[in-house]
Design a protein around this ligand. Structure first.
Ligand SMILES: [Zn+2]
Length: 376
């Protein structure tokens, strides 16, 4: 071996060590849990595996926060993180966990419904792994995940995913999409089991509300999608949001599209089932660089242009759609859905106090409503 060859062999070995150490570090850091702090209103913190034992110890098991009261009433369940890159849903859930209190009935919050999806990002999309929010007590960090569960946890995908029990055929990777798996399956693949456990949770709920986001070029945006069993509640909530100048569309859950929370929790768990979507430009095809500025700030020059060309389903100007505005919309929707539910179910209401208000979250951002970072 010549001297030059020896030198390049050595350099290559060093490079290989650097790459494996860094990728090992990235892999490990993707499996570190971000802190979610129980606020004063949290009366119990369980794991989802308490609703379906065979999830215990699996990467699909996830915390379930209960905000209970001494007075009997209904139970309202909020799901965030069904799709872990739709971060406004998870952050709205976190703000409830860290602030809300119940004086009657119970609020149940699952901030990371597809927890496996929080351990990776979409390949080839150059996503951030995490982002930070300034709070009065210091910086908090949160994850950007991916729509699908991590293939490290569930693999391989079939060519065609056959939904259970409808037997509707879908593209193979949807087998890792939690919001195509409902009502789930007790035995079998991980995401099916997570869904099954959430369906058991839905069976203990009067109403279940699943928080999502979508790209600004997608037609179902700033909308509620409602099972027919929840249409009175969602239409009342929509009217109230309209009167507060927080426009929100309303769509009926299609009867023949399966696996979706707003269809299957209504059909199989008999809970009133609603889903909400806000506009997230970091998920869209027109976006520029996927920076923290875009993920948290929600600003993107390409989307301003797309709006001027009439290509979007929401307004999009230089203000963009910042994360706190999207979270505020979810919180306002939750507040009005609870109000409407209480009006229509006066015998078993759910009375919640100290939810961060829409106007405050828009004006002050998320920081003032987050606990200080836990001490290591
Ligand atoms: Zn979604």
């Amino acid at each position: 071996m010549s001297m030059a060859n020896k030198k390049s062999a050595l350099l290559l070995s060093v490079a290989a060590v650097v790459v494996s150490v860094t990728s090992g570090w990235i892999f490990q850091s993707m499996h570190e849990d971000e802190p979610i702090v129980s606020g004063a209103g949290v009366t119990a913190r369980r794991m989802l595996s308490e609703f379906e034992g065979n999830l215990k110890g699996s990467p699909g098991d996830t915390p379930v926060f209960e905000i209970g009261s001494d007075k009997a009433g209904g139970t309202i369940t909020i799901l965030g993180g069904t799709h872990p890159q739709e971060i406004a849903g998870m952050m709205a859930a976190v703000l409830l966990v860290e602030n809300a209190r119940a004086t009657q009935g119970k609020l149940v919050v699952v901030p990371q419904s597809n927890r496996s999806g929080f351990t990776h990002t979409d390949p080839m999309e150059a996503y951030l792994h995490s982002y930070e929010v300034d709070t009065p007590g210091g910086k908090r960090w949160f994850r950007v995940g991916m729509r699908l569960a991590n293939p490290v946890h569930q693999w391989p995908d079939p060519d065609i995913f056959i939904h259970y029990p409808s037997r509707e055929g879908m593209v193979g990777h949807e087998t890792r999409n939690l919001n195509r798996n409902h009502p789930g399956k007790k035995e079998g693949w991980l995401v099916g089991r997570v869904s099954y456990a959430l369906t058991q949770l839905a069976k203990t709920s009067s109403l279940i509300f699943d928080l999502h986001e979508a790209q600004p070029e997608y037609p179902v945006i700033n909308k509620l999608v409602s099972h027919e069993n929840a249409f009175e509640v969602s239409a009342t909530a929509q009217a109230m949001l309209q009167s507060r100048r927080i426009p929100m569309g309303l769509e009926k859950s299609p009867k023949n599209l399966h696996g979706l929370s707003h269809r299957e929790f209504g059909d199989h768990a008999k809970a009133l089932a609603i889903l909400a979507e806000s506009a997230n430009p970091a998920m869209g095809r027109f976006r520029g660089r996927t920076s923290e500025e875009l993920v948290v700030g929600g600003k993107d020059a390409n989307y301003v242009r797309a709006a001027q060309l009439g290509r979007l389903f929401v307004r999009f100007d230089e203000q963009g759609w910042p994360l706190n505005v999207r979270v505020a919309r979810h919180l306002a929707a939750i507040e009005e859905v609870i109000n409407a539910y209480n009006e229509l179910n006066p015998d078993k209401p759910v009375i919640i106090e100290n939810m961060p208000k829409y106007r405050d979250v828009v004006e002050k951002g998320l920081g003032p409503f987050l606990k200080p970072p836990p001490k290591a």
